[in-house]
Design a protein around this ligand. Structure first.
Ligand code: FEO
Length: 399
């Protein structure tokens, strides 16, 4: 369909776009689609690096065959076993029964649980290299980014890093495949949504991967999702480094849970006061309306987080409870927090939000605010204090 997409003389992109799937991993919405990148090296020996999701495979095997131009496929390198990248393995095994599967011991364990025992497996987990002729491949073990077997393939000849999910983004490739062919502003929000929801929990392991890559010259990054970084790979390296160190932008996210609008009114009031104090980046989300992946993304992005919940059956609102559980699961650190809510007939919202903030060790910038029923005019002094404290915390220039 595309013709040949050259990464270099012997390396080609063999990925596919997927604009049909509604939910990635059957959880995460894909309004802009997604792509599954695969790469083939056609040298004296040939190697395919990762495959694609079966549902989007369509002509994938034909594409591989066309690139091989009559040669056989010698190696299938599996940087990551998740099925969005191994969907075409069964087809390849049928077509190229002599193919050598390349991975590490965890790859093999997972591979055999999905595709059956193989005697044709090459374990490269201990520093082995593969010589293709002109290209010489090394392998960097980067476990838990974001599965236990994840690794990266590094072409020592042309300094190309095949990074698996690391440095990936949501979003199909709309014609432009390389970073110099796209406006990355279109992808950046989806890149962070991908990072924060798929990889973020393993940020510590991302930092370990960075340590292993220190000093490695990288001219081009070929991830399994999103654009290929041949012009300025530092852009996505710097973003991933920053996100995995939990660094955040100046701004405040307010997420509220409200049944009849009273808790929402308080959210608007607090936001207005923060804006009056001089903070420009403020996002308000209704936890019942906005998909949690966008909430997690914005919470990853901004330094200030204010959560507000009505009470529901003497607990916090169920959707807010879900959000708190996911944030805890992700282990996000270094955020300034505030809490507010409404008591209804027996409380539970603020009480449990406070416990969440204590458990996750987020600093609370001011006393939690709780209203019984509808707050009266003149009743908002604690909201004023919360807004002022939050504004000062995230912008040191605010007095
Ligand atoms: Fe893109 Fe973890 O699979």
């Amino acid at each position: 369909m595309f013709g040949k997409i050259k990464i270099s003389d012997k390396i080609f992109w063999t990925g596919v776009n997927d604009r049909r799937k509604a939910l990635f991993e059957n959880i995460w919405p894909l309004p802009e689609g997604v792509c599954y990148n695969s790469y083939i090296i056609v040298d004296e020996k040939t190697a395919l690096i990762d495959t694609v999701d079966f549902s989007a495979g369509r002509s994938f095997l034909d594409t591989v065959e066309k690139h091989l131009e009559g040669k056989t496929l010698d190696y299938l390198i599996i940087n990551h076993m998740e099925l969005d990248h191994t969907g075409e393995v069964s087809g390849l095994l049928k077509k190229y029964p002599e193919i050598k599967i390349v991975g590490n011991i965890n790859t093999r364990r997972i591979f055999e649980s999905y595709f059956g025992a193989t005697s044709n497996f090459l374990d490269v987990g201990k520093g082995e290299t593969i010589d293709l002729g002109y290209h010489r491949l090394g392998f960097v073990m980067t476990p838990w980014v974001h599965w236990p077997e994840t690794m990266m393939t590094y072409d020592r000849t042309e300094k190309v890093l095949f990074s698996g999910d690391a440095f990936g983004t949501f979003g199909a490739l709309n014609g432009g495949i390389f970073d110099d062919e796209i406006d990355f502003n279109f992808y950046e929000g989806e890149a962070l949504r991908y990072y924060s929801n798929i990889v973020g929990k393993y940020s510590g392991m991302v930092q370990k991967a960075f340590a292993k890559l220190a000093g490695v010259e990288i001219k081009c990054i070929c991830p399994t999702h999103g654009p290929v970084w041949r012009d300025n790979p530092k852009t996505i390296i710097d973003l991933y480094d920053r996100w995995s160190r939990y660094e955040a932008d100046e701004g405040v996210v307010i997420v509220f849970a409200s049944m009849y609008g009273n808790t929402e009114n308080i959210a608007d009031y607090i936001a207005r006061k923060i804006a009056e104090a001089g903070v420009k980046n403020i996002r308000i989300h209704d936890v019942s309306k906005t998909h949690i992946s966008y909430l997690i993304r914005d919470i990853w992005k901004y330094r200030g987080i204010i959560l507000g919940s009505c009470s529901y059956n003497a607990e916090m609102f169920p959707a807010m409870e879900h959000l708190c559980r996911e944030i805890t699961h992700a282990g996000l650190k270094n955020r300034k927090s505030g809490i507010f809510g409404t008591f209804s007939w027996n409380g539970g919202g603020v009480k449990n939000l406070r416990k969440f903030a204590e458990d996750i060790k987020w600093e609370q910038v001011a006393e939690a605010v709780e209203f019984k029923g509808i707050p009266a005019d003149g009743d908002y002094s604690k909201c004023d204090a919360l807004a002022a404290a939050m504004a000062r915390e995230i912008n040191s220039k605010i007095p």
